[in-house]
Design a protein around this ligand. Structure first.
Ligand code: MLT
Length: 253
């Protein structure tokens, strides 16, 4: 069967996905800094599931019916506070280092972020949606090599309405690992671009984050600068997670 490998770099590209037939497409969504990295960290530390939602109001509505859920997320990179919710601070921001096993084991976390949760929701009707990170890129590559999806779309969440360097690097790292499996099929120029950019930066991903708008922003914030080093770690998480039909992100069994 012919295969396709493509990368979408920016929000205007993935905004149209809900209108397309993706029933035979597997999507991998990257928000390296920081939403997908945070989700994988939460699952690795024992969270039961994450419910990604686009708006603060959606998160608050879920909490109203399910007081047991924890609320997480950011606007402008910072935790959502009482003045944005009409009364209560969110339990967590979007720093992966906040999601320790002591705080989240066994919990459902409702999360809203600027780009990452939006990108995941845009892919919701595809055959399978996987969570892309540097922490678990080898595990995702292993899943793809085993399952051999014929249409593979790597979706970069971006920064606000623009492409982001860090998500392009994440997609490029995955392209590099699975290249031979798709070499006989149709590899788009976007996948070539992502792989070549990754090849140029792979020897020092932390240094590369200085070229990322979101990387520079986080590095300038004393409380959040350590997130950057955390998010570029390679292959610390051995499992794969995905967005299920009921809208929750969980480990794939
Ligand atoms: C997002 O979803 O836009 C990002 O994860 C932003 C952030 O760094 O918190």
């Amino acid at each position: 069967m012919p295969t396709t490998l493509e990368v979408l770099f920016a929000p205007p590209e993935y905004a149209v996905l809900p209108k397309l037939d993706l029933t035979e497409t597997v999507c991998v969504v990257f928000d390296i800094l920081r939403a997908t990295t945070t989700m994988m960290t939460a699952l690795a530390n024992g969270a039961q599931e994450i419910l990604p939602v686009s708006e603060i109001d959606e998160a608050l509505a879920i909490r109203k019916h399910r007081p047991d859920v924890l609320l997480a997320g950011e606007r402008h990179g910072l935790r959502i506070l009482a003045d944005q919710t009409g009364g209560r601070d969110f339990d967590f921001g979007n720093s992966p280092r906040e999601f320790t096993s002591e705080t989240i084991a066994g919990k459902t976390i409702v999360m809203t972020t600027t780009n990452g949760t939006r990108a995941l929701r845009a892919c919701a009707l595809s055959k399978t949606v996987l969570i892309g990170t540097f922490l678990g890129v080898q595990a995702v590559a292993g899943w793809i090599t085993r399952e051999r999806p014929s249409n593979l779309l790597l979706v970069c969440s971006g920064t606000v309405d623009q492409a982001s360097y860090e998500d392009t690097l994440g997609a490029g790292a995955l392209c590099d690992l699975i290249w031979s499996a798709y070499a006989e099929g149709s590899i788009s120029d976007s996948a070539q671009i992502a792989r070549q950019i990754y090849s140029a930066a792979r020897c020092d991903l932390y240094q590369a984050m200085q070229f990322a708008r979101n990387g520079r922003r986080l590095l300038a914030l004393p409380d959040l600068r350590d997130d950057v080093r955390y998010c570029v770690q390679r292959d610390t998480i051995p499992f794969v997670a995905g967005l299920f039909r009921d809208g929750a992100v969980r480990k794939l069994s």
